[in-house]
Write a protein that binds this ligand. Structure first.
Ligand code: FAD
Ligand code: FO1
Length: 449
């Protein structure tokens, strides 16, 4: 079964070299259920060429920490093992991807370079730099979204309800099963030297004060086990997920963020699970509509990680209340150390710092309180993005920028009744959360982490 060509867009025409087809793996770091890899293999078969996968480690990726690199690198080592069994070598490069990948492609006299899709500006920059240095064709495949971002909508969608019907219409054509990754028949020529994983890890200039997580194992195999466990034990209780102690969330976001599992695979297995309709629908709404809305947001909104992302009504209302008296004002350090007057907020910050994954419901409260207790909305945005990307295992993700923009800037939301500081941005209160779950129990649970 051929890969649907609506998933593919040409980044550069170029003229094919005489060597192998290369997949530049970035976002979708998995061997199975990977449309970019399946497409690259299809072309390699057509041309009768070998197929290789290349990943470039950007040592100082946006200030990412040891926590994220540890999870990612251990997942990539598993990809290398699985690909080797399929006759597809995995090349680990290090340095600036926009330079190193085209250099590698030239050295290999690559026939074609394929890469996956990511709307974040750092990736657009890497791809533009690479395209400028490449002579061969350069194709991009959306292997992350079920409906390719550019097929779902050509413009910025202002809310889930405007994107949902567009996704619904196309899902039957895209939410299909995956072909297996078969062994590649054309052998890669030349001597393949082993990847220096230790050297690569040592070359990282990362903040090692943010420790790797131990409660979640990285990699494709662990991702599939987590999916199966979710379906069996948690999905039936998914309606209770807003209670942070319900344990009803899937814990799939780190795997989805690093592409160690495909959202399409998660959707297929949940739909196939025989679970009741409501939890399945609710889960698919988050996994497909909310998640693909985030990619649409980052693809069509330059300033996705700043107040610029706020729609006009929200920017006006925040402007109007800029001068309102703030009862509490904290700087970034106090937020980071969880030193506010609010034990619930401090506990949620603690969960994120110690565990690397804050509970979804609390992320909204956490971000909105940063707006309420920062001197300006701009400072609030900066603090929320900085802390979210530094400590969340699933940070540096369109979902995060969309989640913060929703909480602070009314993105994908509507105006609510006006109040100090927030203006018409939706408000969340400690009292409101106390009515939803046992706040003290959550605070006590976080404490010893
Ligand atoms: P589940 O409830 O099991 O959801 C399954 C999957 O559906 C998630 O992995 C995610 O891919 C998707 N999903 C669920 N809720 C949302 C949502 N609100 N928006 C978009 N996709 C969603 N998600 C991240 O992946 N990285 C982040 O850095 C991040 N930061 C956030 C910051 C704020 C302020 C807010 C309000 C939300 C943020 N989210 C982020 C979205 C959401 O909170 C997480 O995706 C979710 O908590 C991840 O846990 P889970 O996979 O166990 O969730
Ligand atoms: N992608 C790369 O191609 N090279 C990297 O070195 C790299 C490091 C990295 C560190 C933390 C992190 O959260 C993501 C990282 N990514 C890297 C990007 C990642 O693979 C995804 O493409 C995006 O983060 C998804 O939005």
């Amino acid at each position: 079964m051929a890969v649907d060509r609506r998933r593919v867009r040409i980044l550069k025409e170029g003229s094919p070299g005489g060597g192998p087809v290369l997949l530049w793996m970035q976002r979708d770091q998995r061997a199975s259920d990977n449309w970019a890899l399946l497409y690259a293999r299809e072309i390699a078969l057509e041309l009768g060429r070998p197929l290789g996968v290349v990943f470039c480690l950007a040592p100082g990726f946006l200030g990412a920490t040891l926590r994220q690199y540890d999870f990612m690198l251990r997942g990539l080592r598993e990809v290398e093992e699985v690909l080797a069994k399929k006759g597809i070598p995995f090349f680990l490069l290090a340095g600036s991807p926009g330079r190193e990948v085209p250099r590698f492609a030239r050295k290999q006299d690559a026939a074609l370079l394929v890469t996956d899709f990511n709307p974040l500006r750092i990736k657009l920059r890497w791809e533009a730099e690479a395209a400028g240095r490449l002579g061969v064709p350069f194709h991009q495949v959306d292997a992350h979204n079920i409906v390719p971002a550019w097929a779902a909508s050509q413009r910025r969608e202002y809310a889930a309800y405007t994107l949902r019907p567009k996704l619904r219409r196309l899902l039957p054509e895209f939410l299909v099963s995956f072909p297996p990754l078969r062994r590649h028949p054309h052998r890669f020529g030349g001597k393949l030297k082993a990847n220096d994983w230790e050297g690569a890890a040592a070359s990282l200039k990362v903040d090692s004060s943010v420790k790797p997580v131990t409660w979640l194992r990285p990699g494709e195999r662990a991702a599939r086990m987590t999916l199966r466990k979710f379906i069996k034990k948690r999905l039936p209780r998914y309606a209770e997920r807003n209670d942070p102690l319900s344990g009803a969330q899937s814990d799939l976001s780190p795997y989805l963020h690093f592409g160690q599992v495909s959202a399409q695979r998660c959707a297929l297995e949940v739909m196939d699970s025989g679970a009741a309709k409501e939890p399945v629908e609710e889960f698919l709404e988050e996994l497909i509509v909310r998640r693909e809305l985030s990619d649409n947001f980052c693809l069509h909104c330059e300033g996705y990680d700043s107040i610029e992302a706020a729609p006009d009504w929200a920017r006006k209302t925040l402007e109007k209340h800029r001068g309102d008296r703030r009862r509490y004002v904290y700087g970034r350090g106090e937020f980071e150390r969880g030193e506010t007057h609010d034990p619930l907020w401090n506990a949620s910050q603690g969960e994120m710092v110690k565990r690397g994954k804050m509970h979804g419901y609390l992320r909204m409260y956490w971000a909105k309180k940063i707006l309420e207790w920062s001197a300006t909305p701009e400072e609030a945005f900066g603090t929320a993005v900085y802390l979210n990307d530094k400590y969340q295992l699933d940070g540096w993700d369109p979902n995060g920028y969309a989640g913060i923009a929703w909480s602070l800037g009314g993105v994908h939301d509507r105006a609510w009744n006006e109040r100090p500081v927030f203006g018409k941005i939706r408000y969340m209160s400690y009292e409101g959360l106390r009515r939803k779950f046992d706040v003290q129990k959550y605070i006590d649970w976080v404490d010893p982490l």
